[in-house]
Design a protein around this ligand. Structure first.
Ligand SMILES: *[C@@H]1O[C@H](CO)[C@@H](O)[C@H](O)[C@H]1NC(C)=O
Ligand SMILES: *[C@@H]1O[C@H](CO)[C@@H](O)[C@H](O)[C@H]1NC(C)=O
Ligand SMILES: *[C@@H]1O[C@H](CO)[C@@H](O)[C@H](O)[C@H]1NC(C)=O
Length: 180
């Protein structure tokens, strides 16, 4: 296609309008993400004060340690707390990547996580999570990496996982699973 400067100008204007027009909404939603993460932070043990020092109101949530925001919607899209911390995250509705591996998380996975329909990456390996592998994982159709190796999950693998039609990597090794 031949370069058309008029078309180029129009698309620049359109992109600028999009950014300006959507920023009011984005700020409000980002504030929601921020309060979800603050509550999450308050519920976790942070002996090295990693979050206490980074997750402060004086910096944008998108610059906080372990937090990534999307380019189009200014929302939290990825949380990577490898090496540090834990969850209360179901309101991060734009989250597509959650890596909480190699921590000391324990207990059951909160069923609210099953509402995070944009999730593509779930990495929870090397923790102390227990209970059954949740059947609601089957609702998360976009997940392509599910790693929950080396936890204390017990019971059988739920049949609903067959509905995770984008799954490419599944690692449930080193748990206490049985059955077919
Ligand atoms: C999550 O959203 C619900 C309503 O949408 C609200 O009641 C709740 O306080 C929020 N939780 C956090 C952690 O922001
Ligand atoms: C999380 O961060 C660690 C360390 O920076 C990195 O090795 C890992 O690939 C990241 N995980 C994801 C899902 O991006
Ligand atoms: C997979 O999803 C379909 C459509 O929602 C549903 O009817 C079916 O019961 C699910 N299969 C399993 C094994 O959960």
């Amino acid at each position: 296609m031949k370069y058309n400067p008029c078309f180029h100008l129009l698309s620049v204007l359109w992109i600028q309008c999009f950014l300006v027009c959507s920023s009011a909404i984005a700020i409000r939603n980002l504030a929601t993400d921020q309060s979800a993460l603050i509550l999450f932070k308050d519920g976790i043990v942070d002996p090295q004060n990693v979050l206490a020092n980074s997750w402060t109101a004086s910096t944008s949530v998108c610059k906080w340690v372990g937090v990534s925001c999307g380019v189009i919607h200014e929302r939290v899209v990825a949380l990577n707390l490898t090496g540090n911390i834990p969850p209360h995250l179901a309101n991060l509705s734009f989250l597509h990547s959650l890596d909480l591996s190699s921590n000391h998380f324990y207990g059951h996975l909160p069923p609210e996580l099953g509402h995070l329909h944009r999730l593509r990456v779930i990495e929870l390996s090397f923790n102390g999570l227990s209970g059954e592998i949740p059947s609601w994982l089957g609702n998360l159709h976009r997940v392509n990496i599910l790693k929950m190796r080396s936890n204390s999950f017990a019971g059988t693998i739920p049949r609903t996982l067959v509905n995770m039609s984008n799954l490419e990597i599944l690692d449930l090794g080193f748990n206490q699973l049985f059955g077919q």
